[in-house]
Design a protein around this ligand. Structure first.
Ligand code: NAD
Length: 326
């Protein structure tokens, strides 16, 4: 049933990312912020004053006044908070990864189904302006190379780098490659924290596509790049810049746009390589993602990054983690 009235939404956990959730939620029309709850009362007070929203002294207090909540607490608390929110009848936006335990994820999914509540998970790259263009392209990748490198930050170290960073790319790859996984090889090293800080996984799909992913949180510079190779096509996507570049090979001279570059290859058979960098209008991906959540509630529609797809990415992430642990 479509909801036309204002939707009340609360934020649980107003640390680094919760602050941005609040900021963006305030700019989305036809919602009201019911309030916030954070285990740390000093942080809660600060965010309450900064955003002029009510800070509840208990989670229950916030849940009782909300139709939906954004769960932006550390990963190992997602399940406990999300389970209570569902019991209180709230739709759920949960930051990625959905949980750190597949049985907990399954339990949330089945409860949400029984209670007819929406779960969306914060796989934000799927709302990246560049990804929005990429998914409209004709894709059948045969090799995918990913680098998600990040400078060291004390936040996020409660989980291995696979659950913290690689999970973004696993979610994207599972949405792009329409085939089952055949085999996974993985390796990882603990450098600073007690779980892997750098990891590599090679995923082979039954349709013979191979994805090679590297994620690091101990890098000297930040990088979020994915390169897709498919027949007569090489596409590179930079999630940080929100840009795409494409090199396409053809036997027939292609039509080119103003900024395209065309290279003619002489040989037995003439070939053309067209370089194309589409114009991409930039927007705030978090606002887009949260607006999608509100629209999904309003229209009783399954969100693009729903709980099921997040649980699939989690299952693969945990498998990679297991291989590394062994
Ligand atoms: P953070 O440590 O800055 O903030 C977490 C906040 O939650 C803190 O204020 C803490 O006091 C509060 N908290 C802890 N346990 C709580 C509980 N049980 N109930 C209520 N409040 C509680 O962490 P962060 O960097 O904001 O990360 C939060 C979540 O967001 C994590 O799941 C992380 O994986 C995710 N995250 C996602 C992205 C993304 O790209 N989508 C980026 C960064 C973080």
């Amino acid at each position: 049933m479509k909801i036309d009235t204002t939707i009340s939404i609360g934020v649980v956990g107003v640390g680094h990312l919760g602050n941005y959730h609040l900021k963006q939620l305030k700019s989305i029309p036809q919602i009201s912020i019911s309030g916030i709850y954070d285990d740390d009362p000093i942080r809660a007070d600060k965010m309450s004053n900064q955003h002029n929203v009510h800070s509840f002294s208990s989670l229950k207090g916030l849940l009782d006044k909300s139709q939906a909540v954004s769960v932006v607490t550390p990963t190992n608390t997602h399940y406990a908070v999300a389970d209570k929110a569902l019991n209180a009848g709230c739709h759920l936006f949960i930051e990625k990864p959905i949980t750190d335990n597949i049985n907990h994820a399954k339990s949330l999914l089945s409860k949400a189904k029984d209670l007819n509540k929406i779960i969306q998970v914060g796989h934000i790259e799927r709302f990246n302006p560049a990804f929005n263009i990429l998914k409209k392209m004709k894709l059948n990748p045969q090799f995918i190379e990913v680098h998600r490198l990040s400078e060291f930050n004390i936040r996020g170290n409660d989980v291995p780098v696979i659950l913290d960073l690689m999970i973004h790319d696993l979610d994207i790859i599972l949405s792009l490659v329409q085939s089952e996984i055949k085999e996974i090889h993985a390796n990882g090293v603990r450098v600073i924290s007690s779980t892997p800080d750098i990891a590599n996984a090679r995923i082979e799909f039954k349709n013979s596509c191979v994805a090679n992913l590297t994620a690091s949180r101990i890098s000297q510079k930040n990088m979020r790049k994915m390169r897709l190779f498919q027949k007569q096509d090489y596409i590179t996507i930079d999630f940080q810049k929100g840009s795409i570049e494409e090199f396409r090979v053809s036997k027939i001279k292609p039509n080119i746009d103003n900024d395209d570059i065309l290279v003619e290859l002489e040989g037995e058979e003439k070939k053309y390589i067209r370089y194309h960098k589409p114009y991409i209008s930039q927007y705030d991906a978090l606002k887009k993602e949260l607006s999608h959540f509100i629209d999904s509630i309003r229209n009783a529609r399954k969100p693009e990054t729903d709980g099921e797809s997040a649980a699939k990415a989690l299952r693969i992430a945990l498998e990679i983690q297991n291989i590394i642990d062994k």
